[in-house]
Each structure stands twice: as structure tokens, then as C-alpha cells.
Write a protein that binds this ligand. Structure first.
Ligand SMILES: Cc1cc2nc3c(=O)[nH]c(=O)nc-3n(C[C@H](O)[C@H](O)[C@H](O)COP(=O)(O)OP(=O)(O)OC[C@H]3O[C@@H](n4cnc5c(N)ncnc54)[C@H](O)[C@@H]3O)c2cc1C
Length: 467
């Protein structure tokens, strides 16, 4: 158990009731406080702030960067009892939800009303809207609809001292000074607890056309992306590129998946358009791929003929868990300019080969967003090896002015590398903002920034002096 004051726990229990505090080892040691309303969040935070008690906001716990890990005797503040979908406003095309609402439930509710909530990612069954907002989650359709930031019209949040920052309205346009909601979007729970949001809904597409194609070169890959984006006239919704090593592994002997297209091409792509005229959209999709074949932008294509085939293709793309077969491994979520991607991966491969000739490097990602998921399987899985691999991966990103985190956030995992992407001036300003919003540092302490409480094993040997 932790060093949390019994008196404080009693006071919190008086706010949230006996069902409002639980323990669940699967989500880490220590109490999980589960308020049922914004008012309760406010009262709990006020108590914790007065006591100087650390609090880790928790959604569906699908963080990829140890964003909810408790390392300093914090309590977790879970929004799981605040999961109501409060309103669907058909005329305004908005949905008002509590922050604990599950992404998939929100997606399904939107469909019931003839709308699309476009954010989609593999953790949809557990991830919450509050977690999506706090990480500015991306996912598979960013190329068309943008990231979570683009889906959120208003945010209600509670500051560390219990102050409730109310929601703005439903209007898309609101130019009245600093747009404070954006500080909570991607704030990783360090500036406030998101309690409610108004989400923007889009028209529900009635056609989805999906194909898996082979691409003969990286130049053809970027040309194909440009061609499809223009030819599909704004309806291209996914463009998931896979380097051959990843494609051949994920559809190989060790997995249940069969390769949709033959091996041999350096790249394959799973792409999808979403439209509103099923017959014409399908014909147009086939035409576009035919033209791309003629132009030699692609060398092979398999088109999903029905929903079952479409789902089967996406299952392959979503099944990153098969990578467990090559553990120990480290997975990275980075971005660099599209034009730099090929050289970046080639240079990384050369550096890994020089050090570990029999390593594995798997690359795939949301190409249109400049976002690559890079998986390195090498060595014994030791922390020392991990640091060397991190420095090779992130060093190249820094040189290209890319981002050490494209969509998963910083959490505990990447804070040693924040300065590879953010300037000292930016980091200083971010720390001033943290000080302003949370002067006692009770909200998600130790996340995002390296600070005096840093655990030594989390620090990067390369970077510990940099921040
Ligand atoms: C299989 C799989 C696939 C994934 N694919 C993608 C992907 O394609 N794109 C992508 O962007 N991410 C992806 N993720 C990562 C993850 O799903 C997202 O980061 C998601 O937004 C986290 O939501 P959550 O509710 O699980 O948040 P948690 O993991 O619980 O928390 C994440 C961070 O947000 C903070 N937080 C949570 N709730 C709140 C709140 N209400 N107020 C303030 N802070 C809060 C936490 O303190 C933590 O720092 C994937 C994860 C899995 C498991």
C-alpha cells in the first residue's frame, strides 16, 4: 500500500461514497477513486490539493507510454462512473458526453443517429473520450478527419485546486482570445481532469471501399498517396503503409493471417475511401486503382468485395499483438516529413545492422500523417539495450525535426526525449503553464517532464543533461 493519509482517504470516501474507492492490481497498486460527477471530481481534487496528494487521472488505461503508471504513491482518479452520453444534437451535429464514455460506445451512438464519430483506433473498446482528449489521439482516419483536437468543440475540466472550468458552446467558430480547451487536449492529465466534452459529428458515409495494394518503390508510394488523395476528392480516409519486413511477418507462418497480395514488393498499403454513393463510389474506386496500375504507381491490388472481406483486411492491420512473437521488442510512435521517411528508415536500419547484424526492424504507419510505428526487436531486452535503441530511433527524428511522439503522448516513457522535439524555450513555457495550472504539482506528477523526482531508470543517459 502507499503512504496516502488515512484521514484523506476517509474524507474522499465521504465525497464519493464507499463504492467510489476500489483497489484493482491490474491497474496498478493503490486506491482508485471513482467520482460520479464533476462536482465530486472537484471536491476530491480540492482535498488532494490541500493535502499535497498526487493524483493520476485514468481513463481506459490503454496508454502506450505509461501515462497512468503510479510511481510516487499517487491515487488514481478514474472517470469510469462518469460515462454518460448526455445528448445527441442532430441539428448542431454534436454529442455531449462525460469523459469516461468509451470510444466504441460513442461511435455506435453516433451511427444510431445517422452520424459518424470519426476517431478510430485499435483500443476503441476500452479507451475513453477523456483519455482520447488528454492524448489528442490520432488513429486510422486522421488523413481525412484530423486528430481528436479536430473532433472536440468544447471541454469541461477541473483544475488541481478543484476549480471547474465550464464548457464553451457548440459553435465551431469561437475566436475570443486564448482557446483554453486546447491546453487540456493533449495535456496528458497534467493541467486538469477532463470531465465532459462536446464532440463534433460528421455525416455517416454509406460506402466504404477498401483495398490492399503492392507498391514498387518509395517514390511510387508518395506519388500513389498524392494521386489517390486528389482523385478521391477528399474521400480518402485511410492510407496505412507497411514496409515489406512488417507485411511479411504479420501475414507469415507465425500468425493466423494470409497475405492479401503476393510477397516481393518493398511496400504494401491498406487504403480506404468513404463516400455517399455506394454504386458509383465502388466503380470510381476500381477505376482509380486501375489508373494507378497503368501509371505503375502500384503493381498489384486486392479489393474487398464485401464487408466481411473489408473487415478481414482491417483485422490484419489492427493485429499488432502478433508482434509478441518477436519479443523482446520496443515499439516507437514517431513522425517525420513524408519525403524523409525512406531515408530515415534506411539510416536507422544501417545503424542497427552495424551494432546488431541479426536485429529485426518492422515499420508501418499512417503515411499520409507522416506517422510511423517502428518496432525494433534486438538483443536481450535489457534497459541498457533499450536506451541505445531509443537513442538511435529518436536521434534520427531529432535530426529531421520530427516528433518523438506522433500520437501516443509522452507519459513516463518518452519524457527523457521531449527536448529532441521541443526547444528549451518551449519546455520552459510549458513548465510555467504547469506551475500556473497546478502550483503544487499534484496532477500526474513526473509525467511529461523530467524533474527532480525522476526515477533514475527512466532517465535517458544521452538526454538527462538536456532538460
Ligand atoms: C490496441 C491499441 C491500439 C492503439 N492505437 C492507437 C492509435 O492508432 N492512435 C492513438 O493515438 N493511440 C492509440 N492507442 C493508444 C491509446 O488507446 C490512446 O492514447 C487513448 O487515447 C488512451 O485513452 P484511455 O482512455 O485509455 O486513456 P488512459 O490510457 O487511461 O490515459 C492516457 C493519458 O490520459 C490521461 N487521462 C485519461 N483520462 C483523463 C481525463 N479524463 N482527464 C485528464 N487526463 C486523463 C492519463 O493520465 C494518461 O496520461 C492504442 C492503444 C491500444 C491498446
Amino acid at each position: 500500500m502507499t503512504g496516502i493519509s488515512p484521514q484523506l482517504l476517509q474524507d474522499i470516501e465521504a465525497v464519493v461514497g464507499p463504492n467510489g474507492i476500489i483497489e484493482d492490481e491490474a491497474r496498478g497498486p493503490g486506491p482508485i477513486v471513482r467520482p460520479a460527477s464533476t462536482q465530486e471530481v472537484s471536491r476530491v481534487l480540492k482535498l488532494c490539493n490541500e493535502a499535497g496528494q498526487g493524483v493520476v487521472p485514468m481513463g481506459g488505461n490503454t496508454t502506450m507510454v505509461q501515462g497512468t503508471r503510479r510511481v510516487r504513491g499517487e491515487i488514481a482518479l478514474s472517470l469510469e462512473r462518469m460515462n454518460a452520453i448526455e445528448e445527441v444534437d442532430v441539428a448542431s451535429r454534436t454529442m455531449m458526453v462525460e469523459a469516461g464514455a468509451i470510444l466504441q460506445v460513442v461511435q455506435e451512438k453516433a451511427v444510431e443517429h445517422g452520424f459518424l464519430y470519426p476517431l478510430d483506433l485499435g483500443g476503441r473498446g476500452s479507451a475513453t473520450i477523456g483519455g482520447n482528449i488528454s492524448t489528442n489521439a490520432g488513429g486510422n482516419r486522421v488523413i481525412r478527419y484530423g486528430m481528436t483536437r479536430d473532433q472536440v468543440l468544447a471541454v469541461e475540466a477541473v483544475l488541481a485546486d478543484g476549480t471547474i472550468i465550464p464548457m464553451q458552446g457548440k459553435a465551431i467558430k469561437n475566436n475570443t482570445g486564448y482557446d483554453l480547451k486546447h491546453l487540456f487536449i493533449s495535456g496528458e492529465g497534467t493541467l486538469g481532469v477532463v470531465t465532459r466534452a462536446i464532440l463534433r459529428l460528421r455525416p455517416l458515409p454509406t460506402s466504404e471501399n477498401c483495398a490492399w495494394v503492392s507498391v514498387p518503390s518509395f517514390a511510387a508510394l508518395t506519388d500513389f498517396l498524392g494521386y489517390m488523395d486528389a482523385a478521391a476528392a477528399g474521400t480518402l480516409s485511410s492510407f496505412e503503409a507497411m514496409w515489406a519486413e512488417y507485411y511479411e511477418f504479420i501475414t507469415g507462418d507465425k500468425t493466423p493471417h494470409k497475405p492479401p497480395v503476393a510477397y516481393g514488393a518493398p511496400f504494401t498499403v491498406l487504403l480506404e475511401t468513404m463516400g455517399s454513393d455506394p454504386e458509383r463510389d465502388q466503380l470510381r474506386f476500381e477505376e482509380m486503382l486501375g489508373e494507378a496500375l497503368e501509371k505503375e504507381l502500384i503493381s498489384d491490388a486486392v479489393i474487398a468485395k464485401n464487408e466481411a472481406e473489408r473487415k478481414a483486411l482491417w483485422e490484419i492491420r489492427d493485429d499488432v499483438f502478433q508482434m509478441g512473437h518477436v519479443a523482446p521488442l520496443w515499439a516507437f510512435d514517431i513522425s517525420v516529413g513524408i519525403a524523409d521517411m525512406d531515408d530515415y528508415i534506411k539510416a536507422l536500419k544501417a545503424k542497427l545492422t552495424a551494432r546488431w547484424p541479426d536485429h529485426n526492424l518492422f515499420t508501418f504507419g499512417h503515411l499520409g500523417d507522416g506517422n510511423l510505428h517502428v518496432i525494433v526487436a534486438v538483443g536481450d531486452g535489457s534497459e541498457e539495450t533499450h536506451h541505445v535503441v531509443e537513442e538511435l530511433v529518436y536521434g534520427g527524428v531529432r535530426d529531421l525535426k520530427g516528433s518523438v511522439s506522433a500520437e501516443h503522448g509522452i507519459g513516463l516513457e518518452k519524457r527523457g526525449y521531449l527536448s529532441f522535439t521541443r526547444s528549451p524555450e518551449e519546455i520552459a513555457l510549458m513548465k510555467q503553464m504547469k506551475q500556473l495550472f497546478d502550483p503544487k504539482g499534484i496532477l500526474n506528477p513526473g509525467k511529461l517532464f523530467m524533474d527532480e523526482g525522476t526515477m533514475p531508470e527512466m532517465a535517458s543517459p544521452l538526454n538527462s543533461a538536456a532538460e
